[in-house]
Write a protein that binds this ligand. Structure first.
Ligand code: SF4
Length: 354
């Protein structure tokens, strides 16, 4: 079902390149390499692990298990070191963990290594080591580029340190990922917008957006229980994340994750905050609603309208519990169009045909 394109409103959710099958093999190094205690952080709950630190043998076993489980295939395989601050580990330990992945890289069974770290643990020596061991993606826990917000969160580094680290990572030609938070203590919407503009200017390759949650055992929990911190409501978090994603989309910067990975351990440790297991989809749905409304506003009433979406975006179009359909009904717009699907329509976009 392909028809000529008249107008298109886009919120590229997960573009065609992301539809390529990627197997991510997770290796958790919770809180290792990090002597800090950011107010929102409770790495053990986030990673779902609290066991002894993993060694090279353990890394090899994890990779083998995942490769066996997934079977052979032409898919892209990435080993991702999660949690902690990888480049804060002693160099010898970094070598040992990365070394465990080298046989798989040489055999072509793994194509890429990804890790995350703090901006102030980035320098030429560390990046040279990562290059030597075939790391492809370096993600920075940036959270905010507002010094006051960083200070309140107890991050222990400045926004300037982040800017320098990001430029250095790019100069080494790593894929640069940036992780940002919404709803941090002291973070106004104006502050968020300034951070957004600065991050766009940095031209990272990918973004992860995380609304701040109050987790058991984190410093934020006691601040919250003392009544000195109020997390964002779910509604507000969705609005802010939609705003940010739209700007990143407009600049061709991929947002690859919105909201923490849901799981029983995270849910058990959740004290308060805008948690929803389908947070990302709620944001996509919000953007789809706005795109739809814009398109419908561009045609005169009474004109027959067909909207076209990707066939896999039907639930995003409807929204969680059909929230988008209800909103369109409230606006008197639900009868203005018929909906069609097209497998070639980019994900997260809607176009209008006559
Ligand atoms: S830098 Fe990362 S690992 Fe360390 S305390 Fe902060 S959030 Fe947790």
């Amino acid at each position: 079902m392909r028809t000529s394109v008249r107008r298109e409103a886009a919120a590229p959710a997960h573009g065609r390149s992301l539809q390529k099958k990627l197997l991510v093999i997770p290796v958790f190094i919770p809180h290792e390499g990090c002597p800090y205690c950011c107010s929102f952080c409770n790495q053990h709950q986030i990673s779902g692990q609290s066991a002894d630190p993993i060694d090279a043998t353990g890394v090899g076993q994890i990779v083998e298990t995942w490769l066996d489980r997934s079977g052979a295939g032409a898919r892209q395989v990435q080993v991702a070191f999660y949690g902690g601050s990888f480049t804060g580990l002693p160099l010898q330990r970094q070598r040992s963990l990365l070394g465990a992945v080298q046989p798989y890289l040489r055999q072509g069974r793994v194509q890429e290594i990804r890790l995350s770290t703090r901006p102030d643990y980035i320098d030429s020596e560390r990046l040279t080591l990562l290059k030597e061991f075939g790391v492809g993606v370096v993600e920075l826990g940036v959270q905010s580029l507002d010094d006051l917000v960083l200070w309140q969160a107890g991050r222990g580094h400045s926004a300037e340190a982040t800017m320098k680290a990001a430029e250095l990572i790019k100069s080494y030609q790593f894929t640069l990922g940036i992780q940002l938070m919404l709803g941090l203590p002291g973070q106004s919407f104006a502050s968020l917008r300034r951070t957004l503009a600065q991050v766009i200017a940095l031209r990272p390759n990918l973004i992860r957006l995380y609304p701040v949650l109050v987790l058991q055992g984190s410093r934020l929990e006691s601040i919250y229980r003392q009544g000195q911190f109020q997390p964002l409501s779910l509604h507000r978090a969705v609005l802010q994340a939609s705003f940010m994603k739209k700007r990143f989309d407009d600049h061709g910067i991929r947002v690859v994750r919105m909201g923490l990975q849901p799981g029983p351990e995270l849910e058990a440790s959740l004290v308060a905050g805008p948690y929803h297991p389908a947070f990302g989809e709620m944001v996509q749905a919000r953007l789809m609603f706005h795109a739809t409304r814009r398109l419908l506003a561009s045609v005169s009433a009474g004109q027959p309208v067909h909207l076209v979406i990707n066939e896999r975006d039907q639930s995003v179009f409807r929204g969680l519990h059909s929230a988008n359909i209800k909103r369109l009904r409230q606006l008197g717009l639900h009868n203005r169009f018929t909906l069609q699907t097209d497998p070639d329509q980019p994900r997260g976009t809607v176009r209008l045909t006559e």
